[in-house]
Design a protein around this ligand. Structure first.
Ligand SMILES: NC(=O)c1ccc[n+]([C@@H]2O[C@H](COP(=O)([O-])OP(=O)(O)OC[C@H]3O[C@@H](n4cnc5c(N)ncnc54)[C@H](O)[C@@H]3O)[C@@H](O)[C@H]2O)c1
Length: 325
């Protein structure tokens, strides 16, 4: 089986590649080639068959060259994040919309080819006013460029799946928390920062009140969503191929309480510094979902935020919780 992953050098992409390499198969079929694509050269581990390519997916020549190889499974993760897509209209539409449609049209151009196609969408496809628990039937009404680009990608995957061009699915990931690495400048960055920075003995800035509620899942849950989506039977979904996925709905205060349970004293490193601009953006975001359809189809996330903190400690701190005594 030949698997193509775009955005393979990104946070989720790297973890997905690690999981694919570790298991060596997908859905019981041996992985014979992994083609990793990203604007930033991805890394293909030694001894793994395939290729690691530095490619700009917004380049119209990119998709036909990648799809000519007729990969059995395509996981499309490459995108610019919400803040960038909002600030740079051309870049957002070039990468998130054109990069996606070029890939989908290149698939359609191959005769007798119907790959499994998995792409990541976002809860930003929904716009205010939003109920506390967003149902599966919530209409797509994005209020940002990023959400609009993701919603258009979802519609195209529905259409091409209906036409039998591909067997596709779009996954509306919760906010992935705790994101490893450095703060990334996204308005949502603090949701990870208030856990990650204290656990790394650094100060974190909290720009919103503790009663702000949001929807989270761990990077490990994200990888499991992708692996499940790449192997499950999609026929029961019919023509509606986009799913809001399970996650944990919790307040910032509940996040901090979970951090304290894992590492008593760590929350002293969180500095409250209210930021009206961040607050105005965050006010418009989903607080929770009732993802019945995804649960019925076998998607699972962590049961609570304590479990999300444990994933960070296991994956990024070698299981060692620092002491703040
Ligand atoms: N992390 C989250 O909380 C979250 C939530 C919802 C949806 N998503 C979606 O999941 C996917 C992966 O997210 P992530 O957190 O790993 O993001 P990330 O920013 O870490 O990774 C995205 C990757 O895409 C690559 N990329 C950007 N423009 C490109 C281009 N023109 N050509 C080729 N590669 C390009 C980047 O270099 C980066 O490595 C994205 O589609 C994102 O929109 C993420």
């Amino acid at each position: 089986m030949n698997i193509l992953v775009t955005g393979a050098a990104g946070m989720i992409g790297r973890k997905l590649v690690d999981a694919l390499v570790a298991q060596g198969h997908l859905g019981g079929t041996e992985i014979t080639a992994l083609t990793l694509v990203d604007q930033v050269a991805p890394v293909l581990p030694d001894g793994v068959p395939g290729a690691a390519l530095a490619v700009d997916i917004a380049d119209p020549a990119a998709a036909p060259a990648l799809i000519e190889q007729r990969p059995d499974v395509i996981v499309h993760l490459a995108a610019v994040v919400s803040g960038v897509a909002e600030a740079d209209f051309d870049l957002g539409y070039d990468v998130n919309l054109d990069g996606t449609t070029q890939l989908l049209r290149a698939i359609a151009d191959q005769d007798g080819y119907r790959p499994r196609y998995v792409q990541t969408s976002s809860i930003a496809v929904f716009g205010t006013p939003l109920p506390d628990l967003i149902p599966d039937e919530q209409p797509l009404e994005p209020l940002t460029s990023y959400g609009t680009q993701k919603a258009m990608g979802e519609l195209m995957v529905n259409d091409l799946s209906r036409k039998g061009v591909l067997d596709g699915i779009s996954l509306r990931l919760p906010t992935i928390c705790v994101r490893p690495g450095k703060p990334n400048g996204a308005a949502s960055s603090f949701f990870s920062g208030i856990v990650r920075e204290p656990l790394n003995r650094e100060e974190a800035v909290l720009p919103v009140p503790e009663d702000v509620r949001h929807w989270h899942a761990s990077p490990r849950a994200a990888v499991n969503f992708l692996l499940h989506a790449a192997t499950m039977d999609l026929e029961p979904m019919g023509p509606r191929r986009a799913l809001s996925l399970p996650g944990v709905s919790c307040t910032v205060g509940e996040q901090i309480a979970a951090l304290e349970r894992a590492a008593p004293g760590a929350s002293k490193l969180i500095r409250h510094e209210p930021d009206e601009t961040v607050m105005k953006i965050v006010e418009t975001w989903p607080r929770g979902f009732d993802p019945k359809r995804a649960r019925f189809l076998g998607f699972e996330a962590e049961p609570d935020f304590d479990a999300i903190v444990r994933v960070y400690v296991e994956e990024e701190l070698d299981g060692e919780v620092p002491s703040f005594g």
